[in-house]
Design a protein around this ligand. Sequence first.
Ligand SMILES: [Mn+2]
Length: 280
Amino acid sequence: MKLLLFADLHLDTRFASAGPARRQALRDTLGHIVELAETESVDAVLCAGDLYEHDRCSSGTASFLRNAFDCSVPVFLAPGNDDWYGAESVYQQVDWTPNVHVFSSGCFTPVTLADGVTLWGAAHVGRGSARDFLDGFSVDRSGVNLALCHGSAPEDVATTGLDHAFLGHVHTPEHASHHTFPGNPDPLTPGETGERGAVICTVHDDGTVSREVFDVSAARSLGLPAEKAAEAFPLPDFDSVAAERTVRGQFVRDVLADPTLDTALRGRVLTTGLRALEGR
Ligand SMILES: [Mn+2]
């Protein structure tokens, strides 16, 4: 069985420069992902959350997503902390085509992908930081058991009986024997390294997974390759700002000391916050 995994696209996110073009590129990247799924005849597309940003969502995003996923492949969406599932969420506003399944429970819910292959999906159902869906979970059936969710401590997979967890939230790609973080497919912050993109995961009968990464980034065609991306997001020297006895110095100290932020998120919080506190 072949599954196309992606996560952390962050449609409608804010960029320091070239925002409209880059937000359009994020949409085009999703187009590339769906095209790849159809060309490669995968059995399903999996999105491990942060598909869009609820707080910045533009009015056209709901209809864009409906049309983007109106395709010949089953699509499974697991809402994350930035695109949490709720009454006012895009996930509930969209009249999805029948091939799209949105996980809407805060606990793992099973879906049969094929005979003997179960996909367990869960959703963030409110505002808040990533939670560990794997903690305390255990599968109740034989066959191949796969999970799809945003966040969670991947070392917990070992105690669940799952064969593999497809995860989002950590933007740096990580391909381990029992879990995969695909990373964000289109650049969001400077200095992003690793082989990132859409990951075609072949699930074997014994539950093992082999992976191939495909570059689906539309932003690269904007002439913003990795080296230039750093110029597009000029970053201040955080340590020197942290030494300042200013409002922004205190802000940087607090963010650097926050253990709940991963490197990618910390970079984004600092960049966005410093822009808002310019001169203070
Ligand atoms: Mn994310």
